[in-house]
Design a protein around this ligand. Structure first.
Ligand SMILES: C[S@@+](CC[C@H](N)C(=O)[O-])C[C@H]1O[C@@H](n2cnc3c(N)ncnc32)[C@H](O)[C@@H]1O
Length: 269
């Protein structure tokens, strides 16, 4: 197994390149890490390979967002809508990328609310900050940091959301521990992420190019939920999940079924 810093470095390089090369003229709403997924999964696009919904968001939500925000969307679902945000809430987005979910959340929490996006990739933060300034969204800020050691105070957040990021972490238990630490008692979790049914073989797991594409870092959904329970969360639920099989075909040797799932939970009061 590769060490954590190697995985962080490869993931950061991959998304740094993405932030540098995906321009405002890239009108496609990319999904689920964006590109070439896999020798392991034939020639299907990343969106298809990860089992993502072809249309991640209600188009009405996106009408007045610029294409340099929607074009840099790399998620695998819409964690904002299921978060049922209320005006005045403080929201934290793990792995905020180009910022799309932060901007959608900022509208819902309004001027009395606050949205913090955390990402480890400097080029993503540059893009997100430029979009924030262009949109004039003063209730959004972006911080550089790793989701395994969040630069956020204890018990300070109403809702933690994340879109297609936790699968990329080499230490998912640490991520859930950090989410629990920063949430206020009674705070909510709203996640879109890639999960599997079964495990990748050791050989596929070691393929870090595919890890960075949101494929081989994904873990079994039972294990994912167990990590959340162990961190202390209650009311853990898979809201919905989209199976990749229609586009991938039957799983190949060493490759489990892959899903995009939306998951909610709560920190007990
Ligand atoms: C697949 S993109 C998703 C971006 C965004 N959530 C969206 O929906 O467009 C993954 C993002 O998570 C960030 N990321 C991945 N692993 C991270 C980690 N361990 N700590 C902080 N950021 C991370 C990457 O830099 C990248 O911007």
């Amino acid at each position: 197994m590769s060490n954590d810093s190697t995985i962080h470095s490869i993931v950061q390089q991959r998304y740094g390149a993405n932030a540098r090369t995906v321009g405002a003229d890239d009108l496609q709403l990319k999904s689920c890490c964006g590109s070439n997924v896999a020798s392991t999964v034939s020639s299907a696009s990343a969106a298809e390979a990860c089992g993502c919904q072809p249309q991640l968001y209600d188009p009405a939500l996106l009408v007045d967002l610029p294409v340099d925000v929607t074009g840099l969307s790399l998620g695998c679902g819409d964690p904002v809508t299921i978060a049922a945000l209320a005006p005045g809430e403080t929201v934290l987005d793990l792995g905020s990328g180009g910022g799309i979910d932060c901007f959608l959340a900022a509208r819902q929490v309004g001027p009395q609310g606050h949205v913090i996006g955390v990402d480890m990739t400097p080029e993503m933060l540059t893009r997100a900050n430029a979009s924030r300034d262009r949109l004039g969204m003063v209730n959004v800020e972006f911080r550089q940091g790793q989701i395994e050691a969040l630069p956020v105070k204890d018990n300070s957040i109403d809702v933690v959301m994340s879109n297609c990021v936790i699968n990329l972490s080499p230490d998912k238990a640490a991520v859930f521990g950090e989410i629990f630490r920063v949430l206020k008692p009674g705070g909510r979790v709203s996640i879109s992420d890639i999960v599997t049914e079964g495990e990748f073989s050791e050989e596929l797991r070691a393929d870090l190019a595919q890890w960075a594409e949101c494929v081989t870092g994904a873990i079994d959904s039972d294990e994912y939920l167990a990590l959340m329970r162990r961190a202390g969360f209650s009311d853990i639920a898979i809201v919905d999940k989209t199976d990749a099989e229609p586009v991938l075909g039957a799983p190949q040797p060493g490759m489990p079924r892959v899903y995009s799932a939306r998951i909610t939970a709560r920190k007990p009061i």
